[in-house]
Design a protein around this ligand. Structure first.
Ligand code: FAD
Length: 397
């Protein structure tokens, strides 16, 4: 039996790991179009280990992040990957945010989070002395991790377990061949692979990979660019661990937050603006195919017309450091524009429906001989090992 995983981010690597365990005798291959595995979302993210505070009880995200957090923490400890379960503070900065914080607290309890605590302003300031707060929720299970370390360790384990890993190996054509598949690999590694089962985990290209395999997914990936700033070393003391705002429940993103990084330093961000290049990390990055795909998608315009004010604000915040700093000052008033410098950029793959609504949960499209991951938003990095098991359990050969 031959299984081919296309896409070597954390989800593809997690899937390959679980497939190796479930089908130890199968010929297992994992390909990625980039020279290094995990080159996109899996290493352009906030580096946070989430615990399941936000997600709808009973959803795949709520379920898999609980299991995934335990698994990845254990994995990092076993492999010596830098991580720290430092805890997180979700902060209501003003009175009117308290009902939403209360709802979040209850959701966390429903999702089985351990040690959640409701804190007064004084108690919150014992943890984060520089925060503007009227009440807060402390989430002791959350932490930070070096996801590059996780990617590299998973890839090394797979190789040691006899899987074939191919980098610089873009899947360019996928053709049904009887009960199996012929998959054409372009680039330097040009060759043809055959497989009995394919699993596609394309992240920012997940809709395109499913389409290559003959599907017509109803959803489209829209890339949301998130820009971070880094706090200058002499001002890092303003943030001890993780400081998050109360998120707007209408949006899947968690809002601009402060994150101490596993490898040192403190980041703040990200904002969320439409990406005209799904893999564009430079300012003004533009890719004609990606821009056309987003702008010609009616769902995007319905989304924008529904959230005009937020869209305009996010654009302003991306263009103006001053506006960005104002949103940071809502949480940490002492921070100034001089304290921060431009930092990394990430692009989130978000599946959107033609009616402009966003797909909240993880989404898998199952077919005979194939499983396509169509949506794997945050916390898919935290949950990658559990998502991998979920995928492997659905593979029928
Ligand atoms: C700004 C930002 C902040 C985030 N913060 C967090 C966080 O703190 N914690 C958390 O848990 N999650 C976070 N996330 C979400 C998390 O990073 C992603 O959900 C997760 O990394 C998705 O993994 P993936 O493997 O699906 O995608 P990716 O990592 O994007 O991997 C997809 C892979 O598919 C490959 N590929 C695509 N097309 C082809 C092709 N044709 N042939 C071969 N290979 C192909 C790509 O090269 C890529 O390596 C964040 C994401 C972003 C962008």
């Amino acid at each position: 039996m031959r299984i081919l995983v296309i896409g070597g981010g954390l989800v593809g690597l997690g899937a390959a790991r679980a497939l190796r365990a479930r089908f130890p005798r199968a010929a297992l291959t994992l390909v990625d179009k980039e020279p290094a595995f995990g080159a996109h979302q899996s290493t352009h993210n906030s580096g946070v280990l989430h615990s399941g505070l936000y997600y709808k009880p009973g959803s795949a995200r709520a379920r898999l992040v609980r299991r995934g957090l335990a698994q990845i923490t254990e994995y990092c400890a076993a492999k010596g990957i830098v991580h720290d379960i430092c805890g997180k503070l979700v902060v209501a900065a003003t009175e009117d945010e308290i009902p939403r914080l209360q709802a979040l607290f209850e959701r966390g309890q429903q999702n089985g989070l351990k040690g959640l605590r409701w804190l007064s302003a004084a108690e919150a300031r014992e943890i984060e002395p520089h925060v503007r707060v009227v009440a807060a929720v402390h989430v002791p299970e959350e932490g930070i991790v070096d996801y590059r370390g996780v990617v590299d360790a998973l890839a090394a384990d797979l190789r040691a377990d006899g899987a074939e890993l191919m980098a610089s190996a873009p899947a360019t054509r996928i053709i049904r061949d009887g009960a199996g598949w012929r998959v054409f690999i372009g680039g330097a590694a040009e060759r043809e692979l055959s497989a009995d089962f394919i699993v596609t985990c394309g992240g920012l290209h997940s809709d395109r990979l499913a389409t290559l395999a003959g599907e017509r997914p109803a959803t489209r990936i829209v890339g949301f660019r998130g820009e971070y700033f880094v706090i200058k070393p002499e001002r890092e003391h303003l943030v001890k661990g993780l400081i998050y705002p109360v998120p707007d429940p209408q949006f899947p993103f968690l809002g601009v937050h402060f994150t101490r990084l596993a490898r040192g330093g403190v980041e703040c961000g990200p904002n969320a603006v439409l990406a005209l290049d799904r893999e564009g990390y430079r300012r003004w990055a533009f890719n004609a195919r990606d821009a056309a795909s987003a702008l010609a998608f009616p769902g995007l315009w319905r989304f924008v017309s529904r959230y005009v004010r937020t869209t305009v604000y996010e654009l302003k915040r991306s263009l103006s450091k001053e506006v960005f700093v104002q949103s940071l000052q809502r949480l940490v008033p002492d921070i100034t524009a001089d304290d921060i410098a431009p930092g990394p950029v990430g692009v989130r793959a978000q599946a959107m429906r033609p009616d402009g609504s966003l797909v909240d949960d993880f989404d898998f499209l199952e077919r005979p001989g194939a499983l396509h991951v169509l949506n794997a938003p945050s916390p898919a990095a935290t949950a990658c090992l559990a998502i991998g098991e979920e995928i492997a359990a659905r593979v029928v050969v």
